[in-house]
Every structure is written in C-alpha cells, then in structure tokens.
Design a protein around this ligand. Structure first.
Ligand SMILES: Nc1ncnc2c1ncn2[C@@H]1O[C@H](COP(=O)(O)OP(=O)(O)O)[C@@H](O)[C@H]1O
Ligand SMILES: [Mg+2]
Length: 177
C-alpha cells in the first residue's frame, strides 16, 4: 500500500487500485486517448469498479524524498522534459467530450487549449536505474496551456532559488534534496 499526498493506493500484482473521484471518467478518457496514440510511460486503464479504479502498475521508485539520484542531474530534468514534449505532441489532438468534468470545477476545454497533466513534480514520476519509467497520478488533468506544465516542472526541479531563500511553503517544497 502506498500513501500519496491525497490517495491511498494499493499495489496488487501488475495493477494499482485507486479511489474513484468525480473526475475519474474524464481522466480515463484522456488515458485511453494516450494509449491509442501509442504514448508510453503513462498508466493504462484496466478497470473501473464500484469505488475504485485499476490502472497498470509502473515498476520503479517514485520521486519522493529522498529523491532518486537521477533527479539531481540534468539527465533527470531532460528525461522529464522529453516525456512532456512527447505528451504534448500526443495530446494536442485530444478533444474531450463536451460534458467532461475535470477535478478543477468550471474549466472547459476550448480550441487552442490542451489537457495538461496538472500536478507535475518529482512526486508523480517513477524511475528505475536512472531512467524515467512513467508519469502517474493524472487526477489534476485539466484544460490549459502546455507552457504551464513546463513551468511546473521547472518550478519543482530546477534549483531556481537559493536554499537559504525563505519563502514559506513553496520554498520548502522547492527545496532541492
Ligand atoms: N500507476 C502506478 N504505478 C506505480 N506506482 C503507483 C502508480 N500509481 C500510484 N503509485 C504509487 O502510489 C503513490 C501514490 O499515488 P498517487 O497516484 O500519486 O496518489 P496521490 O493522489 O495521493 O498523490 C505513488 O507515490 C506511487 O508510489
Ligand atoms: Mg501523486
């Protein structure tokens, strides 16, 4: 069993079981589109049951503290940026159904927007032997701009501020190692 910041996730063989939310079917629509588009390193939807979803388990170590060593290197950052580029190229053709309900209330896709991951940080990445295996936890996916995803990984992975810089909660979250 893994406890994320929000959800209790059970690992059962090749699957994980996560609680269902109001926006789960929106996320499944997105994940299925990505599967059809052939995008790797994203969980596949296996099932939706009463109260929980089953997604494919991605083997490796999540990018929680202490970070996997690779996250402290340019390689970690460029692998994640490379994934993001391939994600944005795949998702640019996704038009969600009109009635789609995302986690963020009252946001609607419109031409010119993409669906962005919405919670991009080390904590939602999986690594093995210095190689990015997957990006998980698509619950906060929402219509937006690709550059916002990019800004989010820069904010949480690039040492943009001195360690000594006091800045409240976000500075603590941005702490490097
Ligand atoms: N598809 C997956 N493959 C491998 N591990 C996963 C997967 N989904 C979740 N986990 C594990 O469960 C933990 C919490 O999952 P996550 O979906 O990020 O929940 P939360 O919404 O609470 O952040 C992750 O840090 C990871 O260890
Ligand atoms: Mg998470």
């Amino acid at each position: 069993m893994n406890r994320g910041a929000l959800n209790t996730v059970e690992h059962i063989g090749s699957l994980v079981r996560r609680p269902v939310n109001r926006w789960t079917s929106a996320v499944h629509g997105l994940l299925r589109f990505l599967e059809d588009a052939g995008l790797g390193r994203v969980p596949r939807v296996a099932d939706l049951k009463d109260g929980y979803e089953e997604l494919s388990y991605i083997e490796g170590k999540a990018g929680l503290r202490p970070w996997p060593e690779v996250l402290k290197t340019d390689s970690g950052l460029s692998q994640l940026a490379g994934f993001l580029k391939s994600y944005h190229l795949a998702v640019k053709d996704y038009v969600p159904p009109e009635e789609t309900e995302w986690c963020a209330p009252d946001v609607k896709w419109q031409p010119g927007l993409i669906i962005r991951h919405g919670d991009l940080g080390p904590w939602n990445t999986i690594w093995h032997d210095g190689v990015l295996q997957g990006v998980i936890d698509w619950d906060f996916a929402e219509p937006g701009e690709a550059v916002t995803d990019l800004a989010q990984i820069a904010w949480y992975l690039v040492p943009l501020r001195a360690a000594a810089n006091p800045g409240g909660r976000s500075a603590t979250k941005n702490r490097l190692y």
